[in-house]
Design a protein around this ligand. Structure first.
Ligand code: 0WD
Length: 272
């Protein structure tokens, strides 16, 4: 018996095998979940790179559907939710694992972020969660859950995280308002704050390599977390085991977020 036997859901944000959404999908699948997936639209339909990358991963777990979806396009989201309704009727969970900022805005200081870059970052990284939650509401069963991914850079200054820190801060506040709004219908909304993991998006974050070295020096557990650990907690938050948890921002970061100063035994690798 799996925790997700007979349960169905939608997954946004698998880009490749390192994606956090893929780690969570694997944990959901192991518990019996049935899922529909989206991928970024392919620039060249003759060479569908994104579709192929997603297919390579999910074809082995019987995807209910695979649809291209740019969350800035209403028509794409309309199609995804129409398909989900037609295929599933109702869903038990929705995973939002999406973020984006134009590289120059992401890697530059907050005081120099462009107007358009700011709008685009906020639209893809924050508004999409509000929009997807609003659309999910219609087909989400009572007891169902929505989950998004966030990072400590939304709570504290993490050098190099820059404009994405502002996005995560807004995202975390959105989660609280969304939890407040959907709660009376018996629906839950949460965030999972993951420690640094090497993925396609994180490689664009300035000083990401340094961050991976900092965690083992400072985190109470003296190590980084693994994708599997994030995957299991993502699955947990979407499951009935978490039926009393909403509006939460659960950190899966080996305890890093509680530290105010490095421990006495902290060893930082020499600057290379
Ligand atoms: O260390 C990390 N990797 C952490 C990531 C620590 C804590 C949080 N996170 C968050 C990210 O900020 C993001 O919200 O986890 C979420 C997933 O990120 P990821 O798994 O690290 O990165 P990735 O595998 O690149 O997935 C993000 C995906 C995109 O990938 P690319 O790299 O192709 O942009 O977000 C999707 C896309 O699949 N995405 C979009 N989806 C639909 N429409 C769009 C869009 N416009 N833009 C990006």
């Amino acid at each position: 018996m799996g925790l997700f036997d007979g349960k169905k859901g939608l997954v946004f944000g698998i880009a490749n095998d390192r994606s956090i959404a893929w780690a969570i999908t694997q944990a959901l699948h192991a518990e019996g979940a049935e899922m529909g997936f989206t991928h970024l639209p392919d620039a060249d339909p003759e060479r569908p790179k994104m579709f192929k990358r997603l297919s390579k991963l999910v074809d082995g777990i019987g995807p209910k559907f695979k649809l291209s979806c740019d969350v800035t396009k209403n028509e794409d989201l309309d199609r995804v939710f129409e398909t989900a309704k037609a295929e599933f009727g109702e869903v038990d969970f929705v995973l939002h694992s999406i973020a984006y900022a134009p590289i120059d805005d992401l890697q530059g200081p907050v005081h120099a972020v462009s107007r358009d870059g700011f709008k685009q970052s906020m639209e893809i990284s924050v508004y999409s969660m509000m929009d997807i939650t609003g659309r999910s509401r219609e087909i989400l069963k009572e007891g169902g859950a929505v989950l998004t991914l966030t990072y400590l850079g939304g709570e504290k200054v993490i050098p190099g995280y820059n404009v994405m820190g502002l996005c995560k801060s807004a995202l975390e506040t959105a989660v609280e308002y969304l939890a407040h709004e959907l709660g009376p219908e018996g629906k839950r909304v949460n965030a999972l704050s993951a420690g640094p993991l090497k993925t396609l998006s994180s490689s664009a974050v300035g000083d990401f390599g340094k961050m991976l070295k900092l965690y083992p020096a400072i985190a109470p557990m003296r190590r980084n977390v693994t994708p599997e650990e994030v995957g299991k907690v993502g699955m947990f938050l979407l499951s009935d085991l978490a039926s009393g948890i909403s509006g939460e921002n659960l950190h899966v970061d080996a305890g890093f977020h509680i530290m105010g100063a490095p421990p006495a035994d902290a060893k930082f690798e020499a600057e290379g």
